[in-house]
Design a protein around this ligand. Structure first.
Ligand code: FAD
Length: 406
């Protein structure tokens, strides 16, 4: 897939079908190679679409299993489950997100007041460190909104262990620029690299590994700290429980799309009658610092696509809503008894919905957050390491029954 991708479900399905033959042994053998921005043929490059749920995790797994035996596409399926694992892990520990969000506000203040930190940070984000691979990835990230998974690991590792910059600022930088910027996958992957997820186990970028997996495009021999120890921070408490999902709605409802789910027309709407359709994005709320143009463009296009499809399906003219206050007025003016939306996992959309719920209540309108069966099936297992989830993949897939597109 060439970047930038079209932010539409149709483009996602075209890419999914084109990439399906490569989801088997070819993916397992080549996925770790970063061939550069001009060649993403060895990976799906579908993460921006999956993150906005223009296409679902379930659809990726269906495509892989339909084309390959379970063992030959095992690696691809596991990678998709990494995404759901991170989502579930954070959902069971929302304090980790609250702590990160608080710290980024504090670190952003530090950039304003500490000259040394600001200069080192500016060098890193402006591709001026002198480490050619790192500078190339910083440029690629800002220009395209995408990095290969291996480059994300090397980039985060060099940021933390060679440049010795705060990991929270690095996580914020990638989150602001990725088209697939995701509270769980991004924050927790940075914590994993730093040695905070599996405490004491960190990911050190090595020059030889970079040279090998970039096909010799980069060779930072002698430029990286390959001996640094892991970071350490106080651990978080045990995981909590998933909040209960809302029951199926009834009566007149206003259907609200967010950037966390671009297929609202396929939510389990029960016997509800949808009287209005609206959409809101919170992408600019990813950070107190400016969010990248590629990320904003993708989220905006994805919302337009989501509303166009849902509008056609429901026979309604959709409304783009600028903020939470506009959502309340829109729902009330349509005479809805409830606003129905996809359950938003921990992150800016969930925070916006938490603020919206009591205001809607003052107008006698309920907020109904519907969780997809996939999330209900995977998230409760994300209590410890990924391997607990990985071992359960066949059982989880069985509980979902015959997989079907939304
Ligand atoms: C420091 C760091 C930050 C990251 N931040 C994000 C982020 O903000 N948003 C995001 O979606 N992913 C993030 N990832 C995970 C991963 O790098 C991307 O999902 C992947 O590179 C997307 O490319 P792809 O669609 O070609 O993946 P493919 O290799 O084609 O994989 C198929 C799908 O599986 C999922 N997936 C694959 N690898 C991972 C993984 N390691 N973790 C979670 N899901 C995975 C994605 O949804 C992806 O679209 C991050 C990884 C690291 C190391």
């Amino acid at each position: 897939m060439m970047l930038p991708p079209e932010p539409t479900r149709e483009a996602a399905l075209v890419r999914l079908s084109a990439f399906a033959p490569a989801m088997g042994p070819a993916y397992a053998a080549t996925r770790n190679h970063d061939r550069g921005p001009g060649d993403r043929g060895n990976v799906s490059a579908l993460s921006p679409h999956v993150r906005h749920r223009l296409v679902t995790e379930e659809e990726l797994v269906i495509a892989a299993l339909a084309r390959h035996g379970p063992s030959s596409c095992e690696k691809f399926v596991q990678e998709v489950f990494w995404r759901s694992y991170w989502k579930g892990w954070l959902e069971l520990r929302p304090a980790v997100w609250a702590d990160y969000a608080g710290r980024i506000a504090h670190e952003a203040d530090g950039l304003a007041t500490q000259g040394g930190l600001r200069r080192a940070y500016e060098d890193a984000v402006s591709a001026r460190t002198g480490i050619a691979c790192f500078d190339a990835w910083a440029r690629e990230l800002v220009e395209t909104g995408y990095l290969h998974n291996h480059a994300r690991m090397w980039f985060a590792s060099i940021w933390v262990f060679t440049l010795r910059l705060p990991w929270v600022l690095g996580a914020d930088f990638t989150y602001r620029h990725f088209m697939d910027g995701d509270p769980a996958s991004n924050t927790l992957s940075w914590r994993w690299v730093a040695g905070l997820h599996t405490r004491g186990k960190h990911y050190l970028a090595r020059a030889a590994n970079i040279a090998e997996y970039t096909g010799g495009r980069f060779d930072p021999r002698g430029e990286l700290d390959e001996r640094a120890g892991p970071l350490d921070e106080p651990p978080y408490g045990p995981p909590g429980m998933l909040p209960p999902a809302s029951p199926a709605p009834e009566g007149r409802v206003a259907l609200l799309a967010t950037e966390d789910d671009g297929c609202v027309e396929t939510l389990p709407l029960g016997r509800a009658g949808v009287v209005s359709l609206g959409g809101i994005i919170c992408t600019a709320r990813r950070s107190p610092l400016p969010v990248g143009a590629a990320a904003i463009r993708f989220a905006d296009g994805a919302m337009n696509d989501a509303l166009t499809r849902a509008g056609t399906h429901l026979g309604l003219v959709p409304t783009r809503l600028a903020n939470a206050a506009a959502v309340v007025d829109w729902a009330a003016s349509g005479g809805a008894a409830a606003v129905v939306t996809a359950y938003a996992p921990v992150g800016p959309v969930a925070t916006m919905l938490d603020g919206l719920e009591p205001t809607l209540a003052t107008r006698g309108i309920r907020l109904v957050r519907l969780r997809r069966a996939w999330d209900d099936a995977v998230w409760p297992h994300a209590t410890k390491g990924f391997f607990q989830v990985k071992d359960r993949i066949p059982a989880i897939l069985r509980t979902l029954g015959p997989l079907s597109p939304p």
